[in-house]
Design a protein around this ligand. Structure first.
Ligand code: ATP
Length: 355
């Protein structure tokens, strides 16, 4: 089922929660709505679900206007962060619920329901939990059962609102990979709300970055990460270092360092440059285009090492991320004086990115 969202606006009192949102979601696509708390992700999801009506604009399902269609006629399945399963029902009964409460004429025979539930339990790889009650499950298992329950009624659209938000980091990571594989198998058109950029980049076919009720950018994960359309997207999708610089003759002067710019770019005279922590080299020897700094703090983060440095010209801190191997080879120590070499400098000019 394809979904078209056209010029949707929504206010609560005088507060405009969504401003002129337009978005096309292809049939079978998994789209992530990504943005900080309060940017309007849940409101947009609720409008797609039919739990909220937009003030203006329209929603089309498979090309047909569904703006005012009742939620129960939209064939949507939901999974929420705290979507409590029915505590007094077993896992089996929870999954069967949506089918058993259908009017008699639309209710499948009990044998079909039993088969469907077992198929879904196999699909979410929890068939051995059929007779347990929700209290006897882990948080991750509960969300997988909630997903099986949402899928039982064969929805055309699956809406997921921070489904893994309440789980710990390791389980979250496992479940997002699992969800991605499941989606590749089922191809149900899905909209996934998250404020976690890593989660959005890993799970989605396309990411919609929202900020203050507006769409900042829509693109494949690598597009929004490598070619962010606005400073907001760049900063929201990962840590950044900001360098204020003055541009002349193909160089940018950052403090007392002259850093070369990639040729042919038209930069304003004075600009803010953005560099991600893994895009900076740390050198022991001064060379052309390096920025002097001192290592303040070294933090191992699993596969990588985060190094916090203070610029020698007193203009702030810089974060650098090295792989563990690279860090081990170099053997940097806290207190050491070094030189920073940004591998790429980006700036935003008329909403475009240049390197
Ligand atoms: P979070 O990640 O914190 O859930 P969100 O991006 O999902 O945030 P929404 O829940 O869509 O944000 O809310 C967007 C804005 O609209 C917020 O400022 C919120 O306070 C406001 N809002 C949402 N629902 C209502 C409502 N029923 N009445 C009044 N204001 C509302």
């Amino acid at each position: 089922m394809s979904i078209e969202i056209k010029n949707v606006e929504k206010s609560f009192g005088r507060f405009k929660a969504l401003k002129n949102i337009s978005l096309d979601i292809a049939s079978g696509e998994l789209v992530a709505l990504l943005g900080p708390s309060g940017c309007g992700k849940t409101t947009l999801l609720r409008i797609i679900a039919g739990l909220e009506v937009p003030d203006t604009g329209s929603i089309l399902f498979h090309g047909e206007d569904a703006t005012h269609r009742h939620v129960r006629d939209r064939q949507v399945g939901f999974v929420f962060q705290h979507y409590a399963l029915f505590r007094h029902m077993t896992v089996f009964e929870n999954i069967a619920f949506g089918l058993r409460v259908r009017p008699r004429a639309k209710r499948p025979p009990e044998s079909v329901i039993r088969k469907r539930v077992h198929d879904l339990l196999n699909l979410v790889q929890l068939d051995w939990l059929a007779d347990r009650y929700p209290d006897q499950l882990s948080g991750g298992q509960r969300q997988r059962i909630a997903l099986a329950r949402a899928l039982a009624v064969e929805p055309q659209v699956l809406l997921l609102d921070e489904p893994f938000g309440a789980l710990d980091a390791k389980v979250r990571k496992d479940l997002r990979r699992w969800l991605r594989r499941l989606h590749d198998e089922l191809h149900v058109t899905s909209v996934f709300v998250t404020h976690d950029q890593e989660e959005a980049l890993e799970v989605a076919d396309r990411v919609v970055v929202l900020n203050e009720g507006r769409i900042e950018q829509i693109g494949a994960p690598h597009e929004v990460y490598d070619h962010p359309a606005t400073p907001f997207v760049y900063q929201f999708l990962g840590d950044v270092n900001l360098f204020h610089g003055r541009v002349h003759d193909g160089h940018v002067r950052i403090g007392d360092a002259e850093v070369e710019l990639a040729g042919g770019q038209d930069h304003p005279e004075s600009a803010v440059f953005y560099v991600r922590p893994h895009e900076i080299e740390i050198l022991r020897d001064r060379s052309a285009g390096t920025i002097a700094a001192k290592i303040n703090d070294i933090r191992p983060l699993g596969a990588t090492v985060r190094i916090e440095l203070e610029r020698a010209d007193g203009r702030g801190m810089v974060e650098v991320e090295l792989t563990r191997d690279r860090f081990a080879n170099k053997g940097f120590r806290e207190g050491e004086s070094v030189y920073l070499q940004p591998k790429r400098l980006r700036t935003f000019n008329h909403n475009s990115v240049s390197e």
